[in-house]
Design a protein around this ligand. Structure first.
Ligand code: SOE
Length: 387
């Protein structure tokens, strides 16, 4: 049985492209009853030319510059929110109230208050919902989680995450506008904390359980930039860099670091876990490799007495690795865009009676709480408990 799923895409930027591509690809690689159709897309009137090009390139039937009209249409089943962060709240709530299935890009919201209202709206409406923390669906990251769950790491002592980039180092980079709204706090909510550390926090809590408390330090290196919308030099309020220490509920301790000023780093999302039985390391700039150090037998906890102990580089492309049987033959890699396709494949499966999709908005609210606690701690210079 085939079910048409009409999509309204809000946003025609980087994420609009990533999601459109994934909706188009998902049925080619995963057997699902739902057949996504790119029905309509929204962009601002100021970006009309770009919006028309976007619609033509991806095959959207309808183009709209009033997102409320799109969300209200009877022929829309699913609203995909890929607009900048300051619009997530209103778009998600309107979509839920209209009874639509809702997909939202990360971070869920500008702050916890907004996120709570969004969760209340989707839960009241009873609509399926997901937040696009796409890195959970990198096969090597899913395998990382599987190996931890299999007990191969044992008791965890350390969790260490970095998420570094370098694209804002120049004073000449403006804030605001199509791509650089991430530098404008009124649109983004925060800097690297919401944009990059939200990914690291989502992955960390998924793999290593809840964070109990944090202490953070943030830094803004360039405090004034020309605004792309007004042309004027305006104050920059976002955190360009953020570091925090964390205590997890399982007793392990974590360090998290993120910056957009790490010259040479482009999308350096790494994390390592060290336990008494083993360790794992992942680097998104080398996405199909998972490094595993096997020390002890997961069942007995006893040291494996042989001469082969050492870091293994697992090339995560075999049929038995997460998601890979749906793609190519062993040894053939997949990339960034496939993480969105894998996500939508799982989300469609959940609509068809499969396991409940995670993270949904309630789980993403949890990540928002940690992000807010990090920023609060940096402001107050104190440890902050996660409620
Ligand atoms: C920022 O540069 C960014 O595009 C994030 O917004 C994405 O979430 C991340 O996956 C890549 O970097």
């Amino acid at each position: 049985m085939s079910k048409r799923l009409n999509i309204a895409m809000l946003g025609c930027g980087f994420m609009g492209r990533a999601h459109s591509n994934a909706w188009l690809q998902v049925n080619h690689f995963f057997p699902r009853e739902h057949k996504p159709v790119l029905k309509a897309c929204y962009g601002r009137e100021e970006d009309r030319k770009k919006l028309d090009e976007f619609a033509a390139r991806w095959g959207y039937e309808i183009v709209e510059t009033d997102w409320r009209k799109l969300v209200a249409r009877d022929d829309i089943d699913l609203v995909d929110v890929c607009v900048p962060n300051h619009m997530h709240h209103d778009c998600v709530i309107a979509a839920a109230e209209a009874g639509k299935i809702v997909v939202c890009e990360k971070p869920l919201a500008m702050n916890v208050r907004e996120a709570e209202e969004m969760v209340a709206a989707v839960e009241k409406a009873g609509v399926p919902n997901m937040v696009s923390f796409n890195y959970r669906r990198v096969p090597a990251i899913a395998l990382f989680k599987q190996i931890v769950d299999e007990g191969r790491i044992g008791q965890v002592f350390h969790y260490r995450a970095t998420y570094n980039q370098d694209y804002t180092i120049s004073q000449d980079v403006p804030q605001g506008g199509m791509a650089l709204w991430r530098l404008d706090s009124r649109v983004a909510g925060s800097g690297v904390t919401g944009d990059l550390l939200a990914h690291s926090i989502d992955t960390a809590e998924w793999i290593n359980g809840p964070i109990r408390r944090v202490t953070a330090y943030t830094k803004t290196f360039i405090t004034e930039r020309r605004h792309a919308d007004t042309g004027k030099v305006e104050k920059v309020d976002i955190d360009d860099a953020c570091m925090f220490l964390a205590e997890f509920e399982n007793g392990s301790i974590g360090t998290f670091e993120s910056t957009r000023y790490a010259r040479g780093r482009k999308n350096y999302n790494t994390f390592e876990i060290n336990g008494d039985r083993g360790a794992l390391f992942f680097d998104l700039e080398d996405p199909h490799i998972l490094q595993f150090f096997r020390y002890a037998d997961p069942q007995t906890g006893k040291k494996i007495e042989d001469h082969l102990t050492g870091w293994q580089r697992i090339h995560v492309t075999n049929f038995e690795h997460p998601y890979m049987k749906h793609w190519w033959v062993p040894g053939c890699t997949i990339g960034y865009e496939h993480t969105f396709t894998n996500s939508f494949a799982d989300f469609l499966a959940s609509l068809e009676g499969g396991p409940k999709f995670q993270p949904d908005m309630r789980s993403a609210l949890r990540t928002q709480r940690v992000c807010d606690a990090v920023l609060d701690s940096a402001r107050r210079g104190q440890w902050v408990e996660i409620p």
